[in-house]
Design a protein around this ligand. Structure first.
Ligand code: ADP
Length: 186
């Protein structure tokens, strides 16, 4: 039976989707879309970790996510530090959503999921699989490909591609081989 508020209305289900989102990719969007088909609301929670050296500041990442979900009021963006289960409890979420791309994700995610359950058994972790075409996609790979001059158009929202161009200049750096060929022709 669905959980109900004191006034008898069905409680809205809220899931937290935590991560670095440096930057958000179409793989993340895929998982969030799947989350929305199961839960009433999804809060994208950016982990603020001073130990990491992200490409995009937290504010930039929040803006890029807001832009990707403009007009979708079932998706919120927030930031958190400290224990994820404490954050989830604080915002009233009973579920943590994580994406599982491949077997390689499994071991780490399984450990984290079990540790979070131990820390707070009231919060359930739900794993979701993206479309197969995104199963190789990661924020790290997008940054690497872009820096080496490769196209990322189909891998990230348009706003992310724009911000990558701004970060690295008007266009992505040319790969060395192409740069040399052009010099030779000139
Ligand atoms: P983290 O630093 O926690 O790995 P990420 O921003 O890389 O944060 O990822 C956040 C969540 O999104 C994780 O659950 C990760 O498995 C999932 N995720 C990232 N890329 C994809 C993808 N291409 N398909 C499905 N899930 C993904």
């Amino acid at each position: 039976m669905p959980a109900r508020n004191r006034d008898g209305h069905r409680k809205r289900s809220l899931a937290v989707f935590p991560g670095s989102f440096d930057p958000i990719t179409n793989g993340h969007l895929d998982i969030i879309g799947r989350g929305l088909s199961v839960f009433d609301q999804v809060t994208i929670a950016i982990l603020v970790n001073p130990e990491k050296h992200p490409l995009f500041t937290v504010e930039e990442r929040v803006d890029l996510i807001r832009e990707a979900f403009r007009g979708e009021d079932r998706v919120q963006v927030d930031t958190f530090s400290g224990l994820l289960v404490d954050y989830a409890e604080r915002v009233g979420a009973s579920v943590i959503v994580r994406g599982l791309r491949a077997i390689s994700d499994f071991e780490y995610e399984f450990q984290m999921g079990l540790m979070n359950r131990r820390l707070n058994p009231r919060i359930e972790t739900v794993f979701m699989m993206p479309a197969e075409s995104y199963s190789y996609l990661s924020s790290r790979l997008v940054k690497e490909v872009f820096q080496l001059g490769g196209p990322v158009r189909d891998l990230v929202p348009a706003a992310v591609e724009r911000r990558l161009r701004e970060k690295y200049g008007t266009s992505a750096p040319q790969p060395v081989a192409r740069r040399r060929a052009r010099t030779r022709r000139a």
